[in-house]
Ligand binder design. Sequence first.
Ligand code: ACO
Length: 317
Amino acid sequence: MKIIGTGSALPALTVTNDDLAGFLDTNDQWITTRTGIQERHLLSTEDLYDLAVDASIKAIKAAGLRPDQIDFLLVSNVANRHVTPGLSCIVQKRIGLTCAGLDINVACAGFVNALMLADGMMKAGRAKNILVLCAEEPTKYCDWHERDCSVLFGDGAGAVVLTEGNAFKDVQLTMISDRDVLYYERGMETTPFEQHYIKGQPLVMKGKELFKTAVSESAKDIQTILKRANLTHEDITYFMLHQANKRIIEGIRKIVGGPEEKYPTVIEKYGNTSSASIPILLDEMLADNKIKAGDKIVMSAFGAGFVSAACLWEWEF
Ligand code: ACO
């Protein structure tokens, strides 16, 4: 499997840390030093479906394909206003696709999990060209009266077109069932028999715990991948990590090794866009010609669950 096209889409509205300090008890210095985030893009006039369609069309175009040449659509999304139908169904027609698709929710690790599924489908001969789309609006799960979660997130979509090739080398998935570290509960309808009705509540996060688990599990996944491939950090051109927090990325780098330049970031501009963060980063790096054939790239993502996932590429165009 290899990636032959990427695309991304961000909402038009940019919100700076100072903008947030206008209505929350926070400040630019705290947010920047604790997270690395300077600004983020938030949905206002457009909706998530617009971003999803935009990123997908760009990726298909970059791949030099027509939408009807895509054989399968894999969508990673944590939540949007529709519980059903799935996001893949909602956007399929607008992208111009005729193929089937499905949605996965593996929180911020969704992109790497989707790559694993795409690789399996391709190896089984079920699809040749697969569109993986990550579209997320995490700002819609936050309580905007509180400063603990709302300052961390941004909305966005990233997409890649995959086809047969030999670039995708390995993948490692990890799941540790621990709901309480990070969760968002949507309210559901009640029935006359319901004994445990829950109204739903915005994102709850145990920040410090999450921080430590994210660093240790991501580093473990990466080291596992490197060991299986008989590589060291010196062999890797880039570690493209989930853009959750610059300090988390720095914590992983300290364990895995290598200079800061090998750990590219876009979190300064976009905040944490959940599973969309790696495909958005990838799209920008390709646009800036920062990736060349033969580069060895490790991707590692982690999030609510607790889940984490890492994969290894040897880049082919
Ligand atoms: N603005 C200003 N001050 C704040 C804010 C804020 N937004 N939030 C907390 N504070 C204050 C606290 O009240 C506390 O004040 P005190 O010392 O007077 O009590 C102080 O700042 C320190 O608070 P901590 O919670 O201890 O701050 P910490 O250094 O742990 O940083 C953070 C908090 C940034 C959330 C950190 O724990 C973290 O990065 N955790 C991981 C979170 C994450 O990445 N989530 C992403 C979602 S999941 C994913 O994508 C994997």
